[in-house]
Design a protein around this ligand. Structure first.
Ligand code: NAD
Length: 352
């Protein structure tokens, strides 16, 4: 059966991988990518599939409720995969309201537009909300993992806005019986990652011999997943997840930030033909981020056991692929690191 699916935020890092997977794997589906093209949205992420007959792009803002209502009425979508968001924690600390508007108000606008256009005929419809493990707060006991029933305890304006949006999605499922499904994923890395995030920032700075800013003592632990494995999990959950359920996504792959930076330095030394230890000399410890969560670690056994998803790559392999991608896509990187991102980067790190 052919389907028309709206993917929001499809020009961003994860969204572009989800769009590519759906456009190429499901030629019978019509995939519509709705994106505002903020600093983080980049259509250059999708040049390989932009001419596909089952793909179209619409520039639009999910904070505009009137636009969304009209858009949904015209398009008659069968499903929504919602990734559009303000996604960078540091930016949420300097401008929380942008996160409230897009992540909370924008999500409620989308829920309303879907509800209004589906008119309670929910057969074969699905609203899939993509979220983060940061809503659970921080783990302090090394034996603990986030499970789907872990109470929410968001610590940053970003995670608070994502937590609020998750609650609204579940509330629309309970109150209006909207056929919703959610996932909360650990940190992603891979091709097209915006270079304000840890891994691409380090790759870029090592390459250009700039300091490698590490928050605090680098003790914070993050659980990393290759972005294409996240896209595969979204495909699995969209097609086989149960209505009303939440699935945690992660690869049981925890790394202290400082260990990860050392691993990257060593891969980069090898790739750039520099003596081992050269890049590590660039490591610079900077004042810790306010409210910085110590450890995130996801228990993804529900997704693995009930829906049969598994990550496809080991971390070292994924990191090598990521470094190779950045080294062979210099033009992409230069375009992204110029302009507004550069000004933001300067203001964040200039005085540290
Ligand atoms: P991103 O910042 O790379 O992309 C977000 C996209 O949303 C951009 O293309 C941007 O232009 C678009 N957008 C922003 N505001 C919009 C608006 N008002 N209207 C329409 N489009 C708008 O983010 P990402 O890292 O790809 O994350 C995508 C989703 O996955 C987010 O919901 C995020 O919370 C979630 N997530 C991210 C990670 C991660 O490690 N990056 C992990 C788990 C979950």
């Amino acid at each position: 059966m052919s389907k028309k699916i709206l993917i929001t935020g499809g020009a961003g890092f994860i969204g572009s991988h989800v769009v590519r997977l759906f456009v190429t794997k499901y030629p019978d589906y019509q995939i519509v990518n709705l994106d505002k093209l903020t600093y983080a949205g980049n259509l250059a992420n999708l040049t390989d599939i932009e001419d596909s007959p089952n793909y179209s792009f619409v520039k639009g803002d999910i904070t505009d409720a009137a636009f969304l209502d009209q858009f949904f009425a015209q398009q008659q979508f069968d499903g929504v995969i919602h990734l559009a968001a303000e996604s960078h924690v540091d930016r949420s600390i300097t401008d929380p309201m942008a996160f409230v508007m897009t992540n909370v108000v924008g999500t409620v606008n989308l829920l309303n537009a879907a509800k209004n256009s589906w008119k309670a005929d929910f057969a074969d419809k699905r609203f899939y909300h993509v979220s983060t493990d940061e809503v659970y707060g921080s783990l302090h006991n090394p034996e603990d993992f986030f499970v789907e029933t872990t109470p929410y305890d968001p610590q940053s304006p970003y995670s608070a806005s994502k937590a609020a949006s998750d609650h609204f999605v579940r509330a629309y499922g309970n109150t209006y019986k909207l056929p919703i499904v959610l996932s909360n994923c650990s940190n992603n890395y891979g091709p097209n990652h915006f270079p304000e995030k840890l891994i691409p920032l380090m790759i870029h700075n090592i390459q250009t011999n700039k300091p490698l800013p590490v928050y605090g003592k680098g003790e914070n632990v993050r659980d990393w997943l290759f972005v294409i494995d996240h896209a595969r999990a979204i495909d699995t959950i969209y097609h086989h997840g149960k209505n009303g359920e939440t699935y945690n996504i992660g690869g049981f792959n925890e790394w202290k930030n400082i260990d990860l930076v050392h691993l990257l330095c060593s891969i980069m030394d090898r790739k750039l033909g520099r003596p081992e230890g050269t890049s590590a000399q660039l490591i610079t410890y900077v004042t810790d981020r306010a409210g910085h969560d110590l450890r995130y670690a996801i228990d993804a056994r529900k997704l693995m056991n009930e829906l049969g998803w598994q990550p496809s790559l080991q971390f070292e392999e994924g990191l090598e692929k990521t470094v190779d991608w950045f080294l062979s896509n210099q033009e992409w990187l230069e375009n992204v690191t110029s302009g507004s991102y550069q000004k933001y980067y300067d203001s964040m790190y200039a005085n540290r």
